[in-house]
Design a protein around this ligand. Structure first.
Ligand code: NAD
Length: 473
């Protein structure tokens, strides 16, 4: 049993003023594996004060100094890859392969920030004036539990690249991963106060940061409800705000697509991270004339997604992160049945042969209407809805009929057709004919999936304010 008793403020590991102890669980066994001492308002204020002091000199560091620091952090995170993988399996229940992906992803975020920073010009000449991109100030970075190390790295790397100092508030449920990341950051030897990490409750530490007058920027990844609250609280001091929120992403299969190829890709898009992914393709749209054939393919594909113990080599879906999340998924499965969706595979309860752990049956409903609750709300578990459509126009209308707009997927035998449909979808990212990764282009949502963008130049500029200096000559 590990006891995590320190937060990281002003370059040191310190015992927080907060005294609440929070249990950490192994979701595969439901056993308590550790306890974390949570920070409180006092700790959050102390962290902001440290970040504010450090900002004075850090905001004036040169690009090459910051490149050097990011490089050191990258190396330190790479050195922790095995520890991060282990933490993600133990605390989040990620299957071994995904846990490794999460650990490598944290390093990838720093590689990306290095790449953007190397090429970025902070000063531009416009006529006789100069436009300088200046760091916005102290950044509060608030992250969720579903890929903790990646979100910490994604936000922090860019904040530092821009010359901002940071106060991180990671999810209290991911304290083991946070501990490993904090140790890596400490090993990198940054100036005191540049990075501060205060694990605490959202309604305590998160609220304090959202309201704090010395926090200039908030970057938040999490639920839409909390994102709206942060935006409202931050409005009082006009904080620059980036929000990465929920999704209900459509996976559109056009009538000419090869279903033997499309079905496993659609299932993979929906079951990524056990469905605990903001960009999961949770609504699968299929031509009604091909529904029966598609359903057969989907059942075969789901058979490949074995739920099980994270360390087992054949596990593709781990447990849900918490009992609360397990209950939430069960509730949506019941709602699907009550509202008349047809259960194709899966259903309520644990998978056969499992009597403990927050495991759910990989579940797919068919004949789902887009106005049913399971098609409208983010479930955040391996529960997919197949929605039949009449023609392409109907498919596009259904795809866009959602309060969300984070990601979409289109599959077709003809790239041009898929691109034409992609052009008409309101989403921050559209993936054509496959599950592509591209960290060079912006990530973020339309509508209630968020505000602003991360990654690429847009991601860096979210931490910068343009300042025009006139009369430079
Ligand atoms: P959450 O919104 O409950 O919590 C996210 C973070 O916000 C946590 O650190 C939490 O402690 C903190 N928080 C809670 N209340 C707060 C408050 N009042 N003020 C400030 N901070 C507060 O989300 P979660 O359950 O941890 O994560 C799941 C959600 O995250 C899903 O909705 C998912 O779609 C979303 N998500 C979005 C993206 C994206 O990039 N768009 C990526 C991953 C997850």
């Amino acid at each position: 049993m590990q006891i995590i008793e320190h937060i990281y403020v002003d370059g040191s590991f310190v015992v927080p003023h907060g005294s609440e102890m929070f249990d950490l669980f192994n979701p595969a066994t439901e056993q308590v594996i550790g306890r974390v001492r949570l920070a409180d308002e006092h700790d959050a204020n102390r962290a902001v004060a440290a970040a504010k002091r450090a900002l004075v000199s850090f905001s004036r560091t040169s690009k090459s100094e910051r490149l050097d620091m990011l490089q050191r952090i990258l190396k330190a995170i790479q050195a922790k890859e095995d520890e991060l993988t282990e933490a993600s399996m133990l605390e989040f229940g990620a299957p071994a392969m995904s846990a490794r992906f999460h650990a490598k992803g944290a390093a990838t975020m720093f590689e990306q920030a290095l790449k953007v920073l190397r090429e970025y010009d902070f000063k531009r000449r416009v006529g006789s004036s100069e436009v300088v991109m200046q760091p916005v100030g102290v950044a509060a970075l608030i992250t969720p539990w579903n890929a903790n190390a990646i979100f910490i790295a994604g936000k922090l790397s860019v904040a530092l690249a821009a010359g901002c100092t940071a106060v991180l508030k990671p999810s209290e449920m991911s304290a083991t991963q946070t501990r490993v990341m904090t140790e890596a950051l400490h090993d990198a030897g940054l100036p005191a106060g540049v990075v501060n990490i205060v694990t605490g409750r959202g309604d305590v530490v998160g609220e304090t940061l959202s309201a704090h007058p010395d926090v200039a920027k908030i970057s938040f990844t999490g639920s839409t409800a909390v994102g709206k609250r942060i935006l409202r609280t931050g409005a009082e001091t006009l904080k620059r705000t980036t929000l990465e929120l929920g999704g209900k992403s459509p996976f559109i299969i056009l009538d000419d697509a090869d279903l033997a190829t499309a079905a496993p890709v659609a299932v993979q898009a929906g079951f990524t991270n056990g469905g605990q992914a903001c960009n999961a393709g949770s609504r699968i749209l299929i031509d009604e004339r091909r529904l029966a054939e598609f359903e057969k393919r989907v059942i075969e594909a789901v058979g490949q997604f074995k739920p099980g113990e994270p360390r087992a080599a054949d596990t593709r879906i781990g447990p849900m992160v918490s009992e609360k999340q397990w209950q939430r998924v069960q509730r949506y499965i019941r709602l699907g049945l009550e509202e008349g969706a047809r259960l194709l595979t899966g259903g309520e309860g644990r998978p056969a042969g499992m009597s403990s752990g927050w495991f759910v049956k990989p579940t797919v409903f068919s004949d789902v209407r887009n106005d049913m609750t399971i098609a409208r709300e983010e479930i955040f578990g391996p529960v997919l809805s197949i929605i039949p459509y009449r023609d392409v126009e109907d498919a596009i209308a259904i795809a866009n009929d959602t309060p969300y707009g984070l990601q979409a997927y289109v599959m077709s035998a003809q790239d041009k057709r898929a691109q034409d449909v992609a052009a008409r979808i309101d989403a921050g990212r559209v993936l054509i004919n496959g599950l592509h990764y591209d960290f060079d282009v912006p990530f973020g949502g339309f509508k209630q999936s968020g505000l602003g963008r991360e990654l690429g130049v847009a991601g860096l500029e979210a931490y910068l304010e343009p300042k025009a200096v006139l009369g430079v000559g």
